[in-house]
Design a protein around this ligand. Structure first.
Ligand SMILES: [Ca+2]
Ligand SMILES: [Ca+2]
Ligand SMILES: [Ca+2]
Ligand SMILES: [Ca+2]
Length: 349
């Protein structure tokens, strides 16, 4: 269970917010005469993903001007190397996996965005519940093993939800896997599979360790806990760079080959797969794998429980979890102040 040590809060003002306007309106791809796709159907300045020559300028949905590469990026179809050698049996064997093209959120979902879902659920007569009556947000946070002093950032009053000062653009936390599924479904998307997340993080051709390449992260690159990948016995851990999450996109260099931010740090992210330690060793599907049919993992204290997968590191976790290949199980009914999510979407046909 990714439970956070006791952390003291202090003013975290002055952090940067989502970079806006970093993309110009150049559509990048040329249009073929008479091709209806070539006209930028929604007029947002970006060509349909099938026509854009640069994936970074591809319009995932050319019928919705609100969807541009500033929020969602194309992850093209093709192979990547999944897993790693020398970091534990659950990551082996290193396998070439192919995933179909999809569209992915550039940023982790924020508190402000998630508060809108809570407002909608309350307005629909289901306050803080998904369609099956499960809580969407952990307002009470009684499932953390450690007493922590990180409060819940979303506050409810008379069915309306607000976010604590300065926390609007931080990634949402204290959410369950089904919270991510409900949020993404409301936007026409879903949680990524583990394979999709890893492809989005590492790109296609090489066997890199971090989303940006092979340079180990430090506090300037990502919201992480710095240190070495393999801890020596007795080695003292460094302190986390930050005492909390940071606004999504605060670290321009925590970026993947497809332009997605904060895959290495900030918060870990729920994906759709169940976790089993032998999932890679027993899986035969190398195209769009969906993972095992059920999950199980052993957690601290010897507790064996249904387990779901999270990907990527969080601000206080050890450096190994920031790597593109690392797999971190959580109890399937957990919520944590270090775990959020992002959505993926089908490409507009
Ligand atoms: Ca367009
Ligand atoms: Ca569009
Ligand atoms: Ca992350
Ligand atoms: Ca919790």
């Amino acid at each position: 269970m990714r439970l956070l040590p006791l952390l003291l809060l202090f003013d975290c003002g002055g952090l940067k917010s989502i970079p806006a306007g970093s993309l110009d309106g150049d559509s990048g791809g040329g249009g073929a005469d008479g091709d209806p796709l070539a006209e930028d159907a929604d007029g947002d300045g970006f060509l349909d993903w099938r026509l854009a020559e640069d994936p970074a300028l591809a319009d995932c949905d050319d019928h919705d001007a609100e969807v541009t590469p500033a929020q969602r990026r194309l992850v093209p179809a093709g192979p990547f190397w999944r897993g790693a050698e020398g970091y534990g049996e659950e990551l082996e064997p290193l396998t070439e996996i192919t995933v179909s093209a999809f569209c992915a959120d550039v940023f982790e979902v924020t508190n402000a965005e998630f508060a809108e879902l809570l407002d909608a659920a309350a307005a629909g007569g289901r306050p803080n519940q998904d369609d099956l009556g499960r809580p969407l947000y952990d307002f009470l946070d009684q499932d953390d093993e450690w007493d922590d002093e990180i409060p819940q950032w979303i506050v409810e009053e008379n069915g309306q939800h607000s976010v604590s000062d300065g926390m609007d653009l931080h990634p949402v936390t204290e959410v369950y896997p089904w919270s991510g599924e409900a949020f993404c479904a409301a936007r026409g998307g879903r949680l990524p599979t583990e394979a999709e997340w890893e492809k989005a993080a590492r790109g296609g051709a090489d066997i890199r360790t971090w989303p940006w390449g092979d340079t180990a992260p430090d506090c300037n690159r990502a919201n992480i806990r710095p240190g070495t990948l393999a801890m020596e016995p007795g080695q003292e851990q460094e302190q986390p760079c930050q005492p909390l999450t940071t606004p999504v996109g605060s670290y321009p260099d925590d970026i993947s080959p497809y332009g997605l931010h904060d895959l290495s740090g900030n918060v870990a992210e729920w994906v759709s797969d169940w976790y089993r330690v032998d999932a890679y060793a027993t899986e035969t599907d190398t195209t769009d794998p969906q993972g095992p049919d059920s999950g199980e993992a052993e957690f601290p204290g010897g507790v064996v429980a249904e387990a779901r997968m999270t990907r990527g590191g969080a601000f206080p976790t050890e450096p190994i979890w920031d790597a593109v290949f690392s797999r971190y199980p959580e109890p399937a009914d957990a919520s944590s102040n270090g775990v959020g999510f992002r959505c993926v979407y089908p490409l507009d046909p």
